[in-house]
Design a binder for this molecule. Structure first.
Ligand code: B12
Ligand code: SF4
Ligand code: SF4
Length: 344
């Protein structure tokens, strides 16, 4: 590794990142065609932004022609408990691990900027752009090319060293850095993630139909959810961890060192009855600084109503009944569905 790349790696790890790798912007030319297949099949559902700026998304060189290297970084958010345990407690809410405390976009971006500033200090002519999640960049194939892990059959990145509870961040730079070796697939004959999916969201290994994924349905999807899928959602009210949690490589995962990802006690197994009564102000207060804030009270309470409908808990009929006249038509529909389902 070149001296600068070695020192940059050390700096990134000292900042708290769990892994570091470098690839060229055009390292994965096949992603553009794969993205097109995904979008042409409509698998992005209502995420219209995925169909926009596809040229940039499929080709980092088109997004920023001056970039010479892409630094990919892994940020561990590993839990200290089995996130699937809460699924057995049907009167309680399952919130995915990544959303149990602070919004990772803010935390990772600050860390990326600090590493980027260090690089500029070494080379004042260097230019950088930092990305985490929201830019038209396909982070997973780039991370695989940079050696951080491989895209497992559930499509997320898995690492032999740290499992799969990690976020990705990227630093694009005009500096020529030494590239890492790409990682190769270690899924073998395993298919645990494909088999566990409650809504059958994998049409084939390495392919996801987001329209059936509970993460998409609870976070991205506006309006009512298909009734067949509501049942599969169980008590998952924000995101879903099932396909990650069953992955055998997570035996190497460790709890996040960053306390901003440690689950807030009031969100771990919160009672559906307490969440259903949140009004706008109560929702915003409870989820200040959390990624959950983004979906707003109505979509959140819609999800809680679906979970109540799946709870088999007669004690929650009155909670849903109180929402059947809600001002939001989707919440009212979800509440009526919950009452009907609980009443058999
Ligand atoms: C859109 C999106 C979603 C959508 C769609 C997910 C998806 N798989 O596409 C939804 C809302 C469902 C979602 C859910 C989740 N997401 Co998300 N999401 C994204 C986002 C913004 C873009 C992903 C994308 O480009 N999808 C388009 C498809 C076409 O690309 P792809 O997933 O890479 O698909 C590849 C495969 O299909 C492959 N392929 C196709 N055919 C074949 C055949 C073979 C043989 C092979 C090898 C490959 C292959 O080629 C495609 C291109 O590489 C990224 C951030 C980013 N900017 O990259 C985060 C991101 C992927 N999400 C992330 C997370 C954490 C999640 C959740 C775990 C959150 C949760 N707990 O609920 C779930 C996981 C669900 C899952 N199984 O994927 C992390 C993943 C980190 C990691 N370790 O990989 C990311 C990287 C955000 C971040 N910065 O950390 N997400
Ligand atoms: S996140 Fe949940 S619903 Fe989505 S693919 Fe994984 S197991 Fe299926
Ligand atoms: S659960 Fe098995 S198939 Fe799925 S990503 Fe992990 S190793 Fe690969």
């Amino acid at each position: 590794m070149s001296d600068l790349t070695t020192r940059l790696r050390a700096q990134a790890l000292a900042e708290g990142f769990s892994d570091f790798g470098v690839c060229k912007p055009d390292a994965v030319p096949e992603t553009a065609a794969r993205l097109k297949t995904f979008v042409d099949a409509g698998r992005h559902g209502q995420m219209g932004w995925m169909a926009e700026r596809m040229g940039w998304r499929g080709s980092p060189s088109a997004l920023w022609p001056e970039a010479k290297s892409i630094v990919m970084l892994a940020e561990n958010y590993g839990p200290d408990h089995d996130p699937l345990d809460v699924l057995a407690h049907k009167d309680r809410a399952a919130i995915s691990v990544y959303a149990q405390n602070r919004d990772y976009h803010d935390v990772v971006k600050k860390r990326l900027k600090r590493v980027g500033r260090w690089l500029i200090e070494q080379d004042p002519k260097a230019e950088i752009k930092v990305f985490v999640d929201t830019a038209p960049v396909m982070e997973k194939p780039l991370a695989q090319a940079a050696g951080l892990g491989w895209q497992g059959k559930h499509t997320n990145l898995v690492s032999r060293e740290i499992g799969s509870w990690f976020f990705l961040g990227a630093i694009f730079t005009t500096v020529e850095l030494e590239t890492s070796d790409a990682e190769v697939d270690h899924c073998g004959s395993c298919r645990k993630c494909l088999d566990v999916c409650p809504t059958g969201a994998f049409p084939a290994p390495y392919q996801l139909d987001a329209r059936r994924c509970i993460s998409y349905l609870t976070i991205e999807h506006h309006g009512p959810v298909d009734e067949e899928l509501r049942v599969g959602m169980g008590n998952r009210i924000y995101g879903c961890d099932d396909c990650l949690a069953v992955c055998p490589w997570n035996k190497f995962a460790e709890r996040a060192a960053e306390v901003k990802y440690h689950g807030r006690p009031e969100l771990m197994g919160a009672k559906l009855a307490d969440l259903a009564v949140l009004d706008d102000a109560g929702f915003r207060t409870l989820f200040s600084g959390s990624p959950i804030k983004r979906i707003g009270r109505n979509r959140f309470v819609r999800n809680v109503c679906y979970a109540i409908g799946n709870s088999e808990d007669q004690g929650l009929v009155a909670v849903a009944q109180a929402l059947v006249e809600d001002e939001d038509a989707t919440v009212a529909d979800a509440a009526r569905w919950a009452v009907e389902r609980l009443n058999g």
